[in-house]
Design a protein around this ligand. Sequence first.
Ligand SMILES: Nc1ncnc2c1ncn2[C@@H]1O[C@H](COP(=O)(O)OP(=O)(O)OP(=O)(O)O)[C@@H](O)[C@H]1O
Ligand SMILES: [Mg+2]
Length: 379
Amino acid sequence: MSDFAVELRDIVKIFPTPEGGQVKAVDHVTIHIKQGEFFSLLGPSGCGKTTSLRLMAGFEWPTDGEVCINGKLMGRTPPYLRPVNTVFQSYALFQHMTVFQNVAFGLEMEKVPKAEIARRVNEALEMVKLTGMGRRKPKHLSGGQQQRVALARALVKRPEVLLLDEPLGALDLKLRKEMQLELKALQEQVGITFVYVTHDQEEALTMSDRIAVMSKGKALQIGLPVEIYERPNCRFVADFIGETNFLTGTVKRVSKEKVAVFIPALSTEIEGIGHGSFSVGQNVAVSVRPEKIRLADDDGKPVSGLRGTENLLRGKVVTTAYIGSDTRVDLDLGNDVRLRAWEQNDISTLDPEAYYANEDAVRIYLPWENTLVMLEDAS
Ligand SMILES: Nc1ncnc2c1ncn2[C@@H]1O[C@H](COP(=O)(O)OP(=O)(O)OP(=O)(O)O)[C@@H](O)[C@H]1O
Ligand SMILES: [Mg+2]
């Protein structure tokens, strides 16, 4: 068997628009999804996630490039002849049928013997924790339960790959978080490959083995959740995943480990870790996540726990927001440069003096390993 469950090889998909123009929904995307992987396509609305999934399912054919499933070229193989099944956002259950009948429908179409249908439907309902609910109609189920019927309906056909397009989109936040963990557990239990579409970055980080971050039809970065968050390869990815601060400047020096960047607005140089290869004089973005920044009063006293290799900047506190687990501090570094730092409230104190107040002058430490130098766009 092929190492890859699904491969998109240099896929282009162009749609004609009603206005007589063209839209490139997928723009030279290459993705190799491994057997048994939980793989997410993540990106903002319109970036080409659904189109990519529909190309895998066979509802669309590529303008250029190839789709392979389990190592086989799909060409123009129709959806029902591919070893995949799709769960859509609007789960479209048949309202007049019971849960059992909804799940059994696909097997009945295939003329599977009755006894086997009963066995497989009950097995699928057990997988999604709906044992005993087979006789209910969809309208007597909660949103989360209806979503599980849709999942059971897809799983009962024993696909080798399950394609899921924002399957939790219609659920409220709490139910969504529960279902995220359940889906992930279910995927591990059944061991089939999941390709999961979402525009929710936290959802993608929580559930996925690997993620492709998409923008404007391109897969900008493909990696583990930790790689996508800690080492984004371009400004778009750094900005889309989590929160971050940006500074802009030009490359001064490049060594094996570090890239030194001059930040004109601060008339200072900072050192960071580079993604890709850089040349002196290049314009770059520098990203530092708010939780990586360390603050100290600007009183000249030594600060404990520093390694001495941090970039040191100075600024003033603009606002602070105590949110329990941490305090969010907005800083003004002059010349319209703002940074946001999150200080963990790791020692419990009720003393207001222990927290930063507006107008406090502070030292701002950026650890160089978390000062990420990147091009504006992945190339
Ligand atoms: N059948 C179609 N005909 C014309 N244009 C299309 C068609 N399907 C998609 N598009 C266009 O292709 C682009 C990508 O659409 P797609 O549905 O793949 O985005 P998406 O990432 O799934 O977005 P969302 O998060 O909003 O669902 C969009 O500009 C969309 O308008
Ligand atoms: Mg979509």
